[in-house]
Design a protein around this ligand. Structure first.
Ligand code: SF4
Length: 478
């Protein structure tokens, strides 16, 4: 039987995936291998995912961002899903999770895997639920069949809510918003109606065997994550976390890579404690957090409320951030929401990396600041996280080419442009020449993900989307 990245790393082997990651992260290959071998980082890379450009998730590497895509029963078509996949990758998602619950699930999943250069994650219980009339009818065999099929289809990592146990359920009784994880609520209902332990917990070792065969990575789900600030850091959340630690050790013993999912909704001042507690309970397994939202008052703006928490989580050591879009709590995101959510989360990941001192992370900031101070507008746009938007906003008021070298913009105007006034003063003092040293991003220690325009995606290597999609979207560059 083929070995997983974890097993091969423990055997001292440098895989081609590790070599490629070392190049992308600007790290020594041996460092990558060590991080995988000791479980501090994971390489989600199903052997059947041919289009994959390998990447790594771990606290010692650049913070990654996941984008959820997928349909619901009410909106479902393959082309629409491919368009979302394309938008997610175009705007910088490091992984995508296909959370589809309606329509032709197999076709959509297989197409996503076929075209995606980034790891694809799923939550298999969503599909399993569509195959029964009632949640209580789910069986261990059905769940395993679905997991095995998705592993064969090339899914790189799966959210498995094996940590929600019967004994944890009473701990949620006093909560304001109960159990908000879809997987958690399904499993709680199953346990209550059948009077039996969580089937994903009971079948955990068999799931490990499937994962070893295909090298699927666990994303251990936090089925009891808090759904509001009032429920954050309660007994239910931390009881499940202890079980996730136990499951992490079981999976690793069997050679399976593990990351662990985290909350959700957490007040700002408790985020660092949450990261530290997860790292301790799960022996340093990469922490993959959803936000967290730091306030509950802003539906319609939860990409912002959660990006604030995500920044703090990244600074404190979270390895991957699951993006939240403006539609969170309100509806299924469209392509514009995907763009806004990813921009918010790429900012959070980068700001976290700068604050935690990741080697070279700030070079991008310095390069952009230099372009800004030199009024090199074109370079500033090229370096911007979302070049198209930066250019669009500037050109709304000053569209002409002559304004691309102008020593002002419409914000302060010619007379009051403080940078021009400052430069004129420095010029007369003879200071300007010494200030013109440029940050050379080609020489930067930063990982590719910490360089513009949108992260680590060399789209020249991306398998082409169907021609009709490329034409519609006008993405001539990829
Ligand atoms: S006009 Fe104001 S905002 Fe615009 S470049 Fe000058 S200082 Fe910056």
């Amino acid at each position: 039987m083929s070995k997983t990245q974890l097993q091969r790393a423990r055997n001292g082997e440098l895989t081609s995936e590790m070599e490629r990651i070392a190049e992308r992260e600007n790290r020594a290959p041996e460092f990558v291998r060590e991080q995988v071998a000791n479980g501090q980082a994971v390489i989600p890379a199903n052997r059947g995912h041919e289009a994959l450009d390998p990447m790594i998730i771990g606290r010692e590497f650049a913070t990654k961002v996941n984008a959820n895509i997928g349909n619901s029963e009410t909106t479902s078509d393959r082309e629409g899903e491919l368009r979302k996949l394309h938008a997610a990758i175009h705007y910088g998602a490091d992984t995508v999770m296909d959370l589809s619950t309606g329509g032709t699930l197999d076709e959509i999943r297989e197409t996503n895997v076929e075209y995606s250069p980034v790891p694809v994650g799923t939550v298999p219980i969503y599909e399993a639920v569509t195959l029964v009339d009632d949640v209580a009818d789910l069986t261990h065999e059905l769940l395993l069949d679905v997991i095995e099929k998705q592993a064969r289809q090339g899914v790189d990592y799966m959210t498995i809510h094996a940590g929600v146990l019967m004994e944890h359920l009473p701990l949620t009784d006093g909560r304001k918003t109960g159990i908000v994880s879809r997987g958690g609520s399904i499993l709680a209902k199953w346990m209550e109606e059948n009077g039996m332990q969580n089937p994903l917990y009971a079948s955990f070792e068999e799931i490990c065997d499937v994962f070893v065969e295909h090298d699927v990575t666990f994303s251990l789900g936090d089925g009891l994550r808090p759904g509001c600030l009032a429920d954050a850091c309660d007994e239910a959340q931390f009881a499940e976390l202890e079980t996730l630690g136990e499951l992490t050790r079981t999976a690793r013993d069997r050679g399976v890579q593990v990351m662990v999912e985290g909350p959700g909704h957490v007040p700002m001042d408790e985020i660092e404690m949450n990261v530290e507690r997860q790292q301790e309970a799960c022996d340093g397994a990469p922490f993959y957090v959803l936000g967290p939202l730091v306030t509950d008052i802003a539906p319609g703006y939860d990409h912002i409320t959660s990006a604030i928490g995500a920044t703090e989580a990244a600074r404190a050591g979270a390895a991957m951030l699951c993006y939240v879009t403006p539609k969170e709590h309100l509806g299924l995101p469209d392509e514009d929401d995907v763009r806004d959510g990813l921009a918010a989360y790429r900012i959070a990941a980068h700001a976290g990396d700068v604050a935690s001192g990741l080697p070279g992370a700030r070079d991008w900031d310095d390069a952009l600041s230099e372009a800004r101070y030199e009024f090199d507008w074109s370079r500033q746009f090229d370096l911007a996280l979302d070049s198209e938007r930066a250019r669009e906003y500037h050109d709304q008021t000053l569209p002409g080419d002559n304004y691309k070298e102008a020593r002002f913009c419409s914000m302060c105007g010619v007379e009051f442009c403080s940078m021009r006034i400052d430069q004129d003063a420095r010029e007369s003092d003879g200071e300007m020449e010494s200030l013109r040293a440029e940050t050379d991003l080609d020489e930067s220690l930063a990982a590719d993900v910490n360089l513009p325009p949108t992260g680590l995606h060399d789209t020249t290597a991306v398998p082409k989307l169907p021609a009709f999609l490329r034409r519609e979207e006008g993405h001539a560059d990829d």
